[in-house]
Design a protein around this ligand. Sequence first.
Ligand SMILES: [Mn+2]
Length: 333
Amino acid sequence: MSRTNQIAEVRAALLGADRLLLVSHHNPDGDAIGSSLALAAGLGALGKECDVVNVDGVPLNLTWLPLAERVLLHPEAAARYEAVVLLDCGNPSRTGLEPAVFDGVPTTVNIDHHPGNGDFGHANLVDPDACATAELVWEVLQALAAPVGYSAAVSIYTAVLTDTGSFRFSNANASAFDIASKMVARGVSPALVAQLVYDQQPIGRLRLLSQVLETLELSPRDKAASVLVTQAMFRETHTGVEDVDGFVNHPRSILGVEVGILLREEGPARYRVALRSKGRVDVSRIAREFGGGGHRNAAGATIDGTPEAIRRLVYARVEEACDEELLRGNPLG
Ligand SMILES: [Mn+2]
């Protein structure tokens, strides 16, 4: 279905509901929160009642967003809602909510940019080429002729800024700059947003980073680099999962390295493995082999084993993928 038809479907589904539940993925990022708040602001301006829910709440570096205090940790009973909108979720389980929460709501709307999203909604707006879910929300708001004031604009801008890695990743396409420019025209200050998002770190986060960088290791042929985050490090530095966001870019930034890897201890012999590619290796393929998923350049999976064993396994897959690229005639950096 074309993007225009998808937008028409989503528009109709949203217009048909007066009380809506907006949910995004657990351990949320700027796109999850920004998309939700922008949609809530726009639908609110049209007289609709929206509950914005994220099971993990708002990360510290986004609590300044004008509508951040609207984010709730739990939805009300399903019977209270006429529609549920899932934002930035490749599948409903990404919300961290029980399926019963959605099953009781008559209409499900799915707005997302993850490849492999199963179009699980009654109305689906899914485009893996969108720079962020917020790009799709922006288009929906335009289709609804919803007023986009400063609160929605700064939420959309922040979503695009963070999901494109400050306009550095391969999803920093023409739309990303077009939307950013339109939000700046609505009063958003890029300097202020950058300061609020990136320059208000708790000192514990830097202490954690310092411990994490001590674990830096290269793969046998230097094509991958990895770091490890343990529960003990969180305890010692008084930090948590939300503080790890962006750390994987450090191993990725090394000269000659194609893929950065971050292992985060989730439980005994169980690790969440984040993979970030410079663009030549499709890490979503590697993540899928381990039961995970994601984008071409940013993917992840949960893997059981010791950190040493997991590192060996993932290094081997990255180096194989590099060999395949060389065979295809794509020189590595
Ligand atoms: Mn996103």
